[in-house]
Design a protein around this ligand. Structure first.
Ligand code: HAM
Length: 446
C-alpha cells in the first residue's frame, strides 16, 4: 500500500522548510521589536475552549473542527486557531495577575481546519500570530495593525492592501443584529441552507456567505455604520487617525465582519497581490475582542491580535522571487585527502562548528571528485582540504568554491582565517567594513 499524506496536509521539506523558517524568524523578530514574548500553547484543547471561545456561530466551530473523544471520553479538538487557546492559557496560568499588563504574546505553529482544500487553503496550515491582552484602547488596536503591516514589509512585500472596519461594541452589534435579522428574514427563502442556520445563530455570519446569489442579497443589507454607538464610532476614527498620522494606507470595508464570534470594535485583514494573478485570500486577519477573556473564565479584560497564514505568505513571496536569496547552503565542506587523515578531518570539522561555521565532512574515505560533488550539493561556500602533508605543516587549503580561489591557512589561526574568509569584502586590508557585525569566530561559541 502506498501511503499518501492526509488530504489537505502536506510534507514540508527542503526549500519550503527553509522558507517557512525564514518567514517565522522575521515575524518573530518583528514581534520582539514590539516587546512581545513567545507562548507555546498545546495543539489539543478541550472542545469547549473553541465552542465557547471561537464561537458557536462561526463556520470553524460549526463545520471545520477536528474533534474527537480521547480514551478518557473527553471531547478534545486540534486547534483551528490560536486565540481561544492562548486566552485559555492566560486564564489557566493567571498571567493577567502575575505579569505586567498588557500581556503581549506571539506564537507560531500548525492549526487544523476541515475545509475544502484549494489554492492557499489547507487542512493543516501554519499560523504566526500575536495577542495583546489587558489594554482596551484605540491606540492598542492601531499598534496591532501597524505591527502586522511592519512584519509583512520586513519580509519584502512591496504593496499590501489593508482592509479595516469596526463592528462596534455590544450595544452597536445588538442593534445591528436586529436590523440584519429583519432584513434577511424577508429574503431568507431565496438563500442557502447555511444562511438559514446563520439567521438564527448570528445574522452577522450571513455577511460572510460566499454563495454568489446570497452575496447579491448581502449587498443590499444594512451597514454597521448606521448602528454604531458614539463611543465605538469615536474609537474607530481614533484608530484610523493614528494610521493616517503614520502614513499607513487602508480601505474601510464595511462588509468586513470576520468569521469568528469573539470580535468587537476594530477588525482588519491584509491582502497582497499575486505576481501571477492567483487569489490566495487574506494573508492576515485580526481584530479586537472585548468579552473573550471573561467568556473563558478570566477577568473582564479586552485583547487585540492577528494571525497570518505562513503558507500563503510563502507562496506570494516565492512568486515575486522575494525568497530567492535566502541562503540554505553550508559554510564549509571539510575534505580529508586519504583515509589516514579521516580522524583529524573529523576533529577539524568539530572545531569549525564550535567556531559557529556550519560544516560537513564525509566520514569515509572518498576521492576528490565525489567530495567536490557533495560540497556542491550541500551548497558549501568553501572547501577546507587537509592531507597528511598539510597536517604535518599545521596548515590546510581553503578553497572558495564560487571564485575557485585557493589559499593556504594556518590551523593554529583557524578562527582568524575563517573570520577573514567569511567577512564581507569592503576593500580594506582586514576585510571588515566599519559597522559590520563582528565575525562569527570572534563572538560566538568560542
Ligand atoms: P483567521 O482569519 O481565521 O483568523 O486566520 C488567519 C489567517 O490564517 C488567514 O488570514 C489566512 O492567512 C490563514 N488561514 C486561515 N485558514 C487557512 C487555511 N485553511 N489554509 C491556509 N491558511 C489559512 C484567526 O485565526 C484569528 N485567530 C486571528 C486573530 C488573532 N484574531 C485576533 N487575534
Amino acid at each position: 500500500m502506498d501511503y499518501a499524506p492526509v488530504k489537505g496536509t502536506h510534507d514540508v521539506y527542503g526549500k519550503e522548510a527553509d522558507e517557512l523558517r525564514y518567514i517565522t524568524s522575521v515575524l518573530s523578530a518583528t514581534a520582539e521589536l514590539y516587546a512581545y514574548k513567545e507562548i507555546i500553547p498545546p495543539v489539543l484543547e478541550y472542545t469547549e475552549v473553541f465552542s465557547r471561545g471561537t464561537g458557536a456561530s462561526s463556520d470553524i466551530v460549526r463545520k471545520e473542527m477536528y474533534t474527537f473523544s480521547d480514551k478518557g471520553d473527553r471531547s478534545v479538538t486540534m486547534r483551528p486557531e490560536f486565540t481561544a487557546g492562548v486566552v485559555r492559557a492566560v486564564v489557566s496560568n493567571k498571567l493577567y495577575a502575575t505579569e505586567d499588563l498588557p500581556l503581549k504574546l506571539y506564537y507560531v505553529g500548525p492549526a487544523f481546519r476541515y475545509e475544502r482544500p484549494q489554492l492557499g487553503r489547507f487542512r493543516q496550515f501554519n499560523q504566526f500570530g500575536v495577542e495583546a491582552i489587558g489594554l482596551d484602547s484605540a491606540k492598542a488596536d492601531a499598534e496591532c495593525v501597524i505591527m502586522a503591516m511592519q512584519g509583512l514589509y520586513m519580509l519584502g512585500f512591496k504593496k499590501l492592501s489593508l482592509k479595516i472596519n469596526t463592528i462596534g461594541d455590544d450595544a452597536s452589534r445588538s442593534a445591528y443584529r436586529a436590523a440584519l435579522t429583519s432584513y434577511f428574514a424577508a429574503h431568507i427563502d431565496a438563500m442557502c441552507e447555511d444562511c438559514h442556520e446563520r439567521l438564527s445563530l448570528n445574522p452577522l455570519r450571513i455577511l460572510d456567505c460566499k454563495v454568489a446569489k446570497d452575496q447579491e442579497i448581502v449587498k443590499g443589507a444594512p451597514k454597521i455604520k448606521g448602528y454604531l454607538s458614539e463611543a465605538s464610532d469615536k474609537r474607530f476614527y481614533e484608530t484610523l487617525s493614528i494610521l493616517n498620522d503614520l502614513g499607513v494606507d487602508y480601505e474601510i470595508d464595511d462588509s468586513l465582519v470576520r468569521g469568528l464570534d469573539y470580535y468587537s470594535e476594530m477588525v482588519f485583514e491584509i491582502h497582497a497581490a499575486s505576481a501571477e494573478g492567483a487569489d490566495y485570500g487574506a494573508i492576515c486577519g485580526g481584530g479586537h475582542y472585548g468579552g473573550l477573556v471573561k467568556e473563558l473564565g478570566g477577568p473582564d479584560l479586552a485583547g487585540v491580535g492577528f494571525a497570518m497564514g505562513l503558507e500563503r505568505i510563502d507562496a506570494l513571496l516565492s512568486e515575486g522571487h522575494l525568497l530567492d536569496k535566502i541562503a540554505s547552503g553550508i559554510d564549509l565542506y571539510v575534505m580529508p585527502v586519504g583515509a589516514e587523515v579521516l580522524e583529524e578531518a573529523f576533529k577539524l570539522t568539530e572545531q569549525c562548528r564550535m567556531l559557529g561555521y556550519s560544516c560537513e565532512t564525509p566520514l569515509q574515505a572518498l576521492k576528490m571528485g565525489p567530495m567536490f560533488k557533495k560540497a556542491e550539493k550541500r551548497g558549501a561556500r568553501f572547501a577546507l582540504i587537509v592531507g597528511q602533508d598539510e597536517l604535518d605543516k599545521g596548515v590546510a587549503q581553503l578553497k572558495d568554491l564560487a571564485a575557485k580561489a585557493q589559499k593556504e591557512i594556518r590551523l593554529a589561526d583557524l578562527a582568524k582565517e575563517l573570520d577573514a574568509a567569511f567577512a564581507p569584502y569592503d576593500g580594506d586590508e582586514d576585510g571588515c567594513a566599519e559597522g559590520d557585525p563582528a565575525p562569527k569566530g570572534e563572538t560566538e561559541k568560542k
